[in-house]
Design a protein around this ligand. Sequence first.
Ligand code: SF4
Length: 227
Amino acid sequence: MGPVSADAINRYLKQTRELFGDELFLDKPQASLKEDPQQMNPDFPSDLNNFYKQIHQCHNCALGDSRTEFVFGVGDPEASLVLVGEAPGEKEDLKGEPFVGRAGQLLDKILAAINRSRQKDVYICNVLKCRPPSNRDPLADEVSECEPYLIHQINLIQPKLIVALGRVAGKTLLNVDKPLKSMRGILHDYHGTPLIVTYHPAALLRNPNWKPETWKDFKWIRSIIDA
Ligand code: SF4
């Protein structure tokens, strides 16, 4: 990661103190996208449209044979905020767009509450671009084939913040096997970009009691991307 300004450090400390008092949680940083030449794949194009054209017929794992539609991602190519789910579900697979259906509508309402939308300052995608059968969790070999695409997308967008939606997206991106509550409330690092883990909107539909905690997370998210 490059040099960090004193203002940025002060903002970070103020935000974490508001949330957690005097306890400070730090992750070991992963290699920055800019500093790790392997992450900066020179075979990938330097804009999202051409990147989509290059990979939308991918068959690097078995999910390429079972998908209906490839789900690349949608949103503002210069977004401050990138939201990442685990993989397309049934409706996403049919439509070719991430987070559609009731969970997507709830996500749109949450974004509106922080004065954003999927067209305005937000980009939405998944770790996997193709639907796993019966919505099972992504397999390790699928992640290892597909994650370089996500890393390149994030590298092109250069957001201020990544938000992993749900436990599976969080543990996959952080490469840990932890429950969601152990990953929430911590400013993690994903190849040089700050990352927060919060509830998946589908989980909020099943458990509305988690909405206040999610709103707390999104107020924190707003404070970071507005800074
Ligand atoms: S899940 Fe990713 S690696 Fe697998 S076929 Fe789809 S785009 Fe390719």
